[in-house]
Ligand binder design. Structure first.
Ligand code: SF4
Ligand code: MG
Length: 329
């Protein structure tokens, strides 16, 4: 399959006034190919949203990308001008930001919002009318919204409706890569299901070519993703085929996470990790070796001294000394 996104050794840090930095995304690499839906799971504060922002080329002070590449079909999007970025947004790379429902301009109707969004990306008025008249009603019904929402202002709609409106707008131009940051986390179960079905349908019909889906809900990942990545303390510690990671997690943190889930649909911020004590380390001054060291039941001396290497095991890439061969100890 054709490669869509290639993230190489990405580092995105928040720079504090006192001269210190929070290493929120620290040396993260992964790829997304056409037809891939990569679900990234992690606790609050593990760096998931920072990753979404950095990859979307939306880092603003105090956040800064300090190193690494974000290649979209071979083009480093971190090097593009604002004008070049504007041209690839929505149509090629589109972001559903966290709390999207609160980001809609409250002073104009949904119809105007949509038309304005289309106008900033499409030159032909004819094409815009065509989308407004055929694609928009189709997408509204796919996501379970009545047509009358078009004539309403955002404040006249419920949170769940506003969230679906933002998702509909973000996907209206069928992006090659959709980046969705917790698009379902504030929704009730019924609306959540509508949104997941909507996104699934866009991917299965190849209208959206690939997706990076961020969540703290492993149940949502199980329903949507064919690949899973796990973040811990700013690091992507494990990434692989969804079935493999769910059935045979390799990293001790992923193991604890998956063992501790009573059933699908569980917010991982609310579960107690079985057999694990302690908290993730501070990202201002992270340990020099493995960031999971303090909590790991399998830790070895080398784990404290040296950063664990990336090791390929089957479809999975795991960052842990347990899987390193001939290296280290
Ligand atoms: Fe545990 Fe060592 Fe693996 Fe880190 S590298 S997860 S401390 S075994
Ligand atoms: Mg977040």
């Amino acid at each position: 399959a054709e490669n869509v996104l290639s993230v190489e050794r990405l580092k995105a840090y928040y720079f504090l006034e006192n001269g210190l930095s929070v290493k929120a995304v620290d040396d993260v690499s992964f790829i997304i190919n056409e037809n891939d839906v990569l679900g990234i799971v992690g606790e609050s504060g593990s760096g998931k949203s920072t990753l979404a922002i950095a990859i979307s080329a939306l880092a603003k002070p105090p956040l800064r990308v300090v190193d690494g590449k974000v290649l979209f079909k071979g083009i480093d999007i971190l090097k593009l001008s604002n004008e070049e970025l504007r041209r690839i947004r929505m149509e090629h790379v589109s972001l559903i930001p966290q709390f999207a429902m609160d980001a809609l301009n409250p002073t104009i109707t949904i119809k105007r919002l949509l038309r304005d969004a289309l106008k900033s990306h499409i030159d032909s008025d004819e094409k815009i009318e065509e989308i407004m008249n055929s694609r928009v009603p189709e997408r509204l019904s796919m996501i379970g919204l009545p047509k009358w929402v078009l004539d309403r202002y955002p404040f006249e709609l419920s949170g769940g409706m506003r969230q679906r409106v933002s998702i509909m707008i973000s996907t209206i131009l069928d992006p090659d890569l959709l980046i969705a940051d917790e698009p379902t986390s504030s929704l009730d179960v019924v609306t959540q299901r509508l949104v997941i079905q909507f996104l699934n349908e866009l991917v299965e019909s190849r209208r959206v070519k690939s997706m990076l889906f961020i969540t703290h809900d492993i149940g949502v990942i199980a329903q949507l993703a064919n690949k899973i990545g796990v973040m811990y303390a700013g690091k992507l510690i494990e990434v692989g085929n969804a079935n493999d990671v769910l059935k045979e997690p390799l990293h001790p943190y992923t193991k604890a996470l998956i063992m501790s889930i009573p059933k699908y649909g569980t917010n991982i911020n609310k579960i107690r990790l079985k057999g694990l004590k302690g908290e993730p380390p501070s990202l201002v001054n992270p340990p020099k070796g493995c960031r999971f060291y303090d909590r790991c039941p399998y830790r070895m001396d080398i784990c404290k001294e040296k950063e664990p290497p990336l090791v390929k095991v089957g479809s999975t890439t795991v960052t842990c000394w347990l899987f390193a061969k001939g290296d280290g100890q």
